[in-house]
Design a protein around this ligand. Structure first.
Ligand code: BG6
Length: 493
């Protein structure tokens, strides 16, 4: 085992699932604040209200295309009698000192968090930021600095100020580029010297699968999603250039949910299906790293009648605003096949078949450390820029023993094997890997299901699926294990 001397070990979170304090300090509502809890089998819902008639209701968050069916005259809103997991989440807002101290105790070199856009710009379209929100993140970054922990900041992670959805239709409106630039200018000028590593959008490719989560969109048809994605890509490229002007030492990366696929059989049709799946996996990285749309995407748009509204300077911005590193999430792999004898598979990016060689967790996500080595090699071979595994982990319904201990040996086993895979990628394959921030290093709300019981943390938080619990933090076995891993720079697994 040997990891680079400056390898950035840490953990990852996101405001919409962790921060809570949903209306405190002047924060505005965001898209995640109108989402109810769901489960493995029941999709999360968006609640809505018709202000004129007082009528309320909820409608499923559309996935893989399709519109969100909110009745005419109604808007997404918080309604009485519903439980919203993001509102308190696991309350980083009031626990940040305690939590950062726990991360420091584990020896974190870096801590991934996201900025809640609505905390700085409650409606998203103001010209001046909310000072309370600006101060909150100063306090957080100062706390990190006390322990020498480097923040890794996701600028936008699944929450768009709800006003931007209601009054602009989300990222379909070009004006969001300007609002986002304004937001980023505040971030880069305020936190210059405190934050070096930034990522422009969490899993930017999620807009194609979950348009409401990824882009604040209510209309999920292909044309709308393609245009909204184009706006995000232009916005990202512009703020990369902005950051370089404000502070050339900042490193701005892109973040993708990386789907590694396997062809189910050696039938050439399966291989071709995999090729197309790989196009989907690489589209956003291709644009953000190379600086232009790949031909396969342009051809796909041409075939499907999708046209992009491109303004002067946009293509030049894409070329100039390429990223310095690729950050990605990796949980599991998926199988692409036309062979109907395969069972159906599950996972965050797995819509294909079940892999008979792999075990899964209770949510059907396969456990495949080799897939991480494949992901690292594929991305590095293709782009030759530094990589960062900023999400990885296993969701599990942990059990608290009578004495308060939590024996999560399955999590230790999962992490150990994935760290070994990273080690192989670095030392056998020569991949340039900057760091590792396992997901939900402290328990937080599941994005996909809104559950609490789908836990990823090495720190347990006492909170359940309906909002009960003291929010007390306690250490799982994996807490101590990961501390040892970091102290030995990955030698002692
Ligand atoms: C990633 C997201 O796709 O997967 C996180 O960036 C999310 O926000 C994580 O929480 C795990 O997914 P889930 O649905 O188990 O929370």
């Amino acid at each position: 085992m040997s990891f680079p001397k400056n390898f950035l070990w840490g953990g990852a979170t996101a405001a919409n699932q962790y921060e809570g304090g949903y209306l405190e300090g002047g924060k505005g509502l965001s898209t995640s604040d109108v989402l109810t809890a769901g489960s493995h089998t029941q999709m999360r819902q968006i609640t809505w209200k018709n202000e004129a008639t007082g009528e309320t209701g909820k409608t499923p968050m559309a996935f893989m295309g399709g519109d969100i069916k909110i009745p005419e005259g109604a808007i997404p809103a918080v309604i009485d009698g519903e439980y919203y997991p993001s509102h308190i989440a696991t309350d980083f807002y009031h626990h940040y000192k305690e939590d950062i101290a726990l991360f420091a105790e584990q020896g974190y070199k870096c801590f991934r968090l996201s900025i809640n856009w609505g905390r700085l710009y409650p409606n998203g379209d103001e010209s001046e930021p909310n000072e309370n929100g600006v101060k909150f993140y100063h306090d957080v970054f100062d706390e990190c600095a006390k322990y020498g922990i480097e923040p890794l900041v996701t600028i936008s992670h699944y929450e768009t100020p709800i006003n931007l959805t209601i009054n602009y239709g989300g990222w379909i409106d070009r004006k969001l580029i300007g609002f986002y630039e304004n937001f980023c200018r505040t971030l880069f000028t305020e936190y210059k010297g405190k934050v070096k590593y930034w990522m422009t959008f969490n899993e930017i490719n999620v807009i194609e699968m979950g348009p409401f989560m990824g882009g604040g969109l209510l209309k999920g048809d292909k044309q709308n999603v393609a245009q909204a994605a184009f706006h995000q890509l232009v916005a990202s490229s512009r703020v990369v250039q902005m950051a370089k002007e404000i502070d050339p030492s900042m490193m701005i990366g892109m973040m993708v949910g990386y789907g590694v696929g396997y062809a189910g059989t050696c039938n050439p049709k399966d291989q071709l299906a995999l090729l197309e799946g790989n196009h989907m996996s690489h589209f956003f990285t291709d644009v953000q790293v190379r600086g232009y749309y790949p031909n396969y995407k342009l051809k796909e748009y041409e075939r499907e009648g999708v046209t992009l509204d491109i303004k002067d300077g946009d293509l030049e911005d894409l070329r100039k605003g390429t990223v310095s590193f690729i950050a990605f999430s990796y949980y599991s792999t998926n199988v692409v096949t036309l062979d109907e004898s395969f069972d159906h598979g599950d996972g965050n990016f797995s819509f294909g078949a079940k892999n008979p060689y792999l075990k899964t967790n209770a949510w059907g996500w396969s456990i495949d450390p080799a897939g991480l080595r494949i992901a690292l090699n594929t991305l590095y071979d293709r782009y030759q820029i530094p990589l960062w595994v900023v999400e990885n982990g296993i969701g599990y319904a942990d059990v608290v023993e009578a004495d308060g201990s939590i024996h999560d040996d399955y999590r230790i086993d999962y992490m150990k094997k994935h760290i070994e895979a990273m080690d192989d990628a670095i030392n056998l394959d020569g991949v340039d890997l900057m760091g590792y921030t396992p997901w939900g290093c402290i328990d937080l709300v599941s994005a996909g299901t809104g559950e609490m019981k789908k836990r990823y943390g090495m720190i347990y938080v006492d909170r359940d699926d309906v909002g009960n619990g003291s929010l007390k933090r306690s250490k799982k076995d994996s807490f101590y294990w990961y501390k040892k891993v970091i102290a030995s720079n990955g030698e002692d697994l």
